[in-house]
Design a protein around this ligand. Sequence first.
Ligand SMILES: Nc1ncnc2c1ncn2[C@@H]1O[C@H](COP(=O)(O)OP(=O)(O)OP(=O)(O)O)[C@@H](O)[C@H]1O
Ligand SMILES: [Mg+2]
Length: 257
Amino acid sequence: MPETLIIKIGGSTLGSHDTLEDLVALQREGKSLVVIHGGGATITQWLAIHNVPSRFVRGLRATDSETLDIVVAVLAGLINKDLVASLNALGGRAIGISGADASLLRCRLNDPDLGFVGEVESVNTDFLNELLANDRIPVIAPIGVLIEGDQTSKQLVNINADTAAGEIAAALGAHALVFLTDVPGILGATKQRIEHLSRDQAGVLKAEGVIAGGMIPKVEACLRANSAGVLASIIDGREPHNLLAIAKGDGIGTLVG
Ligand SMILES: Nc1ncnc2c1ncn2[C@@H]1O[C@H](COP(=O)(O)OP(=O)(O)OP(=O)(O)O)[C@@H](O)[C@H]1O
Ligand SMILES: [Mg+2]
């Protein structure tokens, strides 16, 4: 089995053409790739169109049932299909799924305050490995299904894309997890890029509020994956061909753990 690389594409860098080119190039080199995407900005736009306010708690989107419908439509519909079609148009072999497909991501509710936000309890790695063995790039929309008692229910839930990526990387025992986002890496108190952030330092910077908002679930996902032996990094998805650069081993962004 070739080395597996898990890539989370942030909503902020979704349109970046060279990232998609890099993914196709890495697939041609024989790498096993799994993509998880976000879509925060697009979801916020669609919520606004429907007059549904956005509310965040510790970097996570509070999700009532009205919000959930729009989250599912935008993530598993528009964004997922756009991404898959773009990859395939470049010659990739991508297939779009959500965490509801094949009960890929089974969840419990995260926190009653957050509504339908799932915490991943199990990942259907057999299903992902089948897709990888068929030389597909699974492109995953971070929607899950709720477990009630010990049964998989039909209730869909919203999962933070970073959290989902960390859980998938850990469950697959991936070689590396890479977050593509809209900053050069994790920035310290004086806005300098931190090349290597230890678990202890991460705790301190979170407590000090230097790591905040959307960076919190990213750092937590990195630490989660890292504890399962995965190399976890946060890099700038706006810089051309940064994905190829990190796959080659260039020291860009922030290595966490
Ligand atoms: N210490 C920090 N270093 C760098 N960025 C930080 C830090 N603390 C908070 N941030 C914020 O985190 C943001 C990245 O997370 P954000 O959730 O906005 O993007 P994303 O996860 O790539 O996209 P999406 O949520 O749409 O998938 C940065 O733009 C920055 O504003
Ligand atoms: Mg985010």
